[in-house]
Design a protein around this ligand. Structure first.
Ligand code: SF4
Ligand code: SF4
Length: 332
């Protein structure tokens, strides 16, 4: 277990939907409210807590069956079908463990309505009447509030303070640490005309320092959303040194892959230190275009995949190619 991460919490899939539906605030004390409140308490304490999605799937998944104690009164068949319908929409198997923030975002984006899950339209037989709240519109209305109704953004004053502190550190640093793929983001920003001051990361300031003051400053490749460059980013989770950017808050996954793509293209590894000018010359030599390296191709990736990366929607050119041309001139 990564330091700072609590152990997985077992949650029924329907409890995630009940939270969105508003059950945590209900007067009722049944399993919908209890499950929703427990999940809410967990994400308030730790938004990226690992959540194990359990249901009474039986068969070869019986090892994770939680039993009927958290079923709602509609009966075991309805309860199982509801959980399985949810897991199917999420493309997850019973027992899957997912960070809570990612899970919530996945549900909000892929399940915009409970119709067909918590209750079916028409006049089904009594065991299948479903949940009385399902036609209230509560879930659908609250879905539109988005994830910030449960997990607030990083506070602006905290990010501003982080910007000031990390800028002060950068101005007198004898060396810089950086995750590899954002070296290409720095070039892309430059090509797109982004210059200091920039609120959301320290890449334009880093590049400016290399271009105008210390072209030979040592740069070391490190894993994760490292403080030196990512400190003021809205997507950084300081306690985990993690990145939760992207459509499903799953940027930590595909950004790690981008980092490794860049290291592979350069023939380097984490921990490598090079002087900045040589490092950028190597990047420009080995990586003429971003597509396939820091922009991951999307054509075989489903819309609901946590591996979808907005950068790879088109084959480019991106700001990277333009920035590369401009910076090749300046680093001559
Ligand atoms: S309709 Fe019922 S079971 Fe479905 S999310 Fe709302 S409260 Fe939960
Ligand atoms: S935290 Fe993530 S999105 Fe933000 S600058 Fe770092 S890598 Fe980029």
């Amino acid at each position: 277990m990564k330091r700072g991460l609590p152990p997985p919490l077992s949650v029924r899939p329907y409890h995630v939907l009940c939270l969105i539906c508003g059950c945590a605030e209900e007067r009722d004390t049944g399993p919908r409210k209890r499950g929703a409140r427990r999940f809410l308490k967990a994400i308030r304490q730790f938004p990226d807590r690992p959540i194990r999605l359990v249901c009474n799937a039986g068969d070869v998944f019986a090892y994770q069956d939680p039993g009927a104690s958290t079923d709602t009164p509609e009966g075991p068949d309805y309860n199982l079908k509801r959980d399985m319908d949810i897991l199917r929409r999420l493309n997850l198997m019973p027992g899957a463990v997912v960070p809570a923030r990612l899970l919530l975002q996945l549900v909000l984006k892929t399940i915009p309505t409970v119709t067909g899950i918590c209750a079916v339209p028409g006049h089904p037989a009594p065991p299948w009447h479903g949940c009385p709240r399902a036609t209230s519109g509560s879930y659908e209305d609250r879905c539109r509030n988005g994830i910030e109704a449960y997990i607030p953004r990083r506070p602006a004053d905290v990010m501003q303070a982080e910007k000031r502190q990390s800028m002060a550190a950068l101005s007198c640093a004898k060396g810089v640490t950086i995750r590899p793929h954002i070296l290409l983001c720095a070039v892309c920003q430059y090509g797109n005309g982004v210059h200091p001051p920039f609120a959301e990361d320290n890449l334009p300031e880093f590049l400016e320092r290399i271009l105008t003051q210390t072209p030979d400053i040592p740069v070391t490749m490190v894993r994760g959303a490292d403080w030196a460059m990512c400190a003021p980013c809205p997507s950084r989770v300081p306690a985990l040194n993690a990145c939760v950017t992207g459509h499903f808050n799953s940027g930590g996954l595909y950004n790690e892959l981008k980092d490794l793509n860049v290291l592979q293209a350069l023939g380097l590894t984490y921990g490598t230190t090079m002087n900045a000018r040589d490092l950028f010359r190597l990047i420009f030599d080995k990586i003429p275009r971003g597509y396939g390296v820091c922009a991951l191709p999307q054509q075989d990736i489903p819309e609901t995949s946590v591996w979808r990366d907005a950068c790879g929607k088109t084959q480019g050119p991106y700001g990277y190619e333009k920035g590369r041309e401009l910076l090749l001139e300046r680093l001559k």
